[in-house]
Design a protein around this ligand. Structure first.
Ligand code: ZN
Length: 163
């Protein structure tokens, strides 16, 4: 079992746009396995490659029905709106309200490199939008309102002083 170091808020890699993966050119199995060990160990429901310092378009999640792997994912349609509290493994102990689409249609490659398209809603839609944001260098603090962002940044700066 290999647990990778989760990059935290302030790490420049979390602000980068990730590269598209050329499937077949690199072996992703070990990275995916290590990311899964890291996510389950945290524990968390989702983890993107940039959170472990790999700037590639890949994320994994498990909302209770097994590990899912997305490579080069794209949201192709959205529907509705929903605001709910969200946390992030890269911003420990912080929760902020984030507005998301209620339903999303995704096109992605799966772990076998096969293209799949499907519709997700509820928690799954939220997790997918959160992880795709990571691939574009966007964090929940970029998506919340000014007051919540300010409070969260104050909490984070207190933590840094204590450390
Ligand atoms: Zn996150």
């Amino acid at each position: 079992m290999t647990v990778l170091k989760i990059r935290e808020f302030g790490d420049p890699g979390l602000k980068e746009k990730c590269h598209k993966i050329v499937v077949g050119k690199q072996n992703l199995n070990e990275l995916i396995k290590n990311m899964a060990d890291t996510m389950y160990g945290a524990p968390g429901v989702g983890l993107s490659a940039p959170q472990v310092g790999i700037l590639e378009q890949l994320f994994i999640y498990d909302v209770g029905d097994g590990l899912q792997v997305y490579i080069n994912p794209k949201i192709v349609a959205v529907e509705g709106e929903d605001i709910d509290e969200e946390g992030c493994l890269s911003i420990p102990n912080i929760q902020v309200p984030v507005k998301r689409a209620k339903k999303v249609k995704i096109s992605t490659l799966n772990a076998k490199g096969k293209n799949v398209t499907f519709v997700a809603d509820g928690l799954l839609a939220r997790v997918i939008q959160h992880e795709i944001d990571h691939l574009n260098g966007i964090l929940i603090l970029d998506k919340t309102d000014v007051a919540n962002r300010r409070n969260a940044l104050m909490e984070l700066s207190k933590k840094i002083e204590i450390d």
